[in-house]
Design a protein around this ligand. Structure first.
Ligand SMILES: [Ca+2]
Ligand SMILES: [Ca+2]
Ligand SMILES: [Ca+2]
Length: 331
């Protein structure tokens, strides 16, 4: 009995000792990581000089430093002005770029300048990569406005002052060359103008979406000018609950999302379908239909642009409206 106890105690001591050793190797900070001299061990290296994001290729940028540092990679599209930022805190860097952007616009087929630096250090290492084809986003694209307007959309524009609804190509599109502008001043009504986008414009009574509202996202790029905070964008999603090929607002569900203000410029709005609410005058209300979020029964999407009639002119912009499944758009 005594031998067994001794043996057990020895094992416990051994475990304690080896446990301490493991701890000292992995838990504590490596002093060289904090106080050691900094140098580039391996310079910035790209795994390719041209990339076809459209066929699933991506860019790997690697570098190695003598200690862990805050590194930063800027990727700039030389024709579009797109700007992707990659950052981290490592000594051995392998950073992946999948063709997405951080600051709009989205990347195009273009040459890109890549610059890598370490915060607090003087050197910037540079390289270039050519984008043969930009990133392809899976989903149901309602429009990117590059090929003009869908003739089966139904626009309505009030006859106010300085009305401007339609395609815009002025060098500011967040994707491609064209976007859609909604602007004007209407003194007698909140509604400035709207577009109905029926599923029939895509060849069916209902949009080709899955029936799982937790899986479906509506994404669009929205523009708010710095000069005007009064515009309200109201998105409406009308369901054909009884599948009779029409939408009855008194008996079927309409889910909405309303947005005013926010940051200036272009931003991404991504809405999970199950988060949409029935709204009456901007306030949550009981849906008029079966109360189920049913993206597979979606009959029409409507984009309304509104402003307080006393607030004067307002402006907003749209681009790249796309439904995605499984995750929000990563433009
Ligand atoms: Ca576009
Ligand atoms: Ca119906
Ligand atoms: Ca429903």
């Amino acid at each position: 009995m005594k031998k067994i106890f001794l043996f057990g105690g020895l094992m416990a001591l051994l475990q304690l000792w080896s446990g301490c050793k493991v701890d000292s190797q992995f838990d504590g900070p490596d002093l060289n990581d904090l106080y050691g001299p900094f140098e580039w061990i391996n310079p910035l290296l790209l795994n390719r000089d041209s990339v076809d994001f459209g066929s699933g290729e991506f860019v790997l940028a690697s570098a190695k430093f003598s200690k862990r540092v805050n590194w930063h990679i800027d990727i700039k599209g030389l024709s579009s002005g797109a700007w992707k930022e990659l950052t981290g805190f490592d000594s051995d860097v392998v950073a992946e770029w999948d063709g997405s952007t951080t600051h709009f616009p989205m990347f195009r087929s273009e040459s890109c300048a890549i610059a890598m630096y370490v915060v607090g250090q003087p050197d910037t290492l540079r390289d270039t990569v050519f984008v043969v084809a930009p990133k392809v986003n899976q989903g149901l694209l309602l429009s990117d406005f590059e090929g003009g307007l869908n003739p089966n959309w139904v626009p309505f524009v009030q006859s106010g002052a300085n009305m401007n609804f339609g395609l815009q190509q002025n060098g500011s599109a967040p994707q491609g060359l064209r976007s859609y502008i909604m602007a004007g001043a209407v003194t007698w009504d909140w509604l400035i103008g709207m577009i109905d986008i029926p599923a029939s414009a895509y060849g069916a009574d209902h949009f080709a979406l899955s029936n799982n509202p937790n899986n479906v996202y509506f994404n669009t790029l929205l523009y708010k000018p710095a000069d005007y905070d009064n515009g309200v964008v109201l998105l409406r999603f009308s369901e054909d609950d009884n599948l009779d090929g029409s939408f009855d607002p008194s008996q079927e569900d309409m889910y909405s999302y309303q947005l005013q203000g926010g940051e200036d410029g272009w931003r991404l709005l991504s809405l999970k379908y199950s988060d949409l609410q029935a709204l009456v005058n901007g306030n949550p209300a009981t849906p008029s239909g079966n109360g189920l979020h049913e993206p597979d029964k979606l009959f029409q999407v409507s984009i309304l642009f509104l402003a307080n009639p006393a607030s004067g002119f307002s402006e907003s912009g749209l681009d790249y409206m796309i439904f995605t499944e499984g995750e929000p758009l990563r433009p």
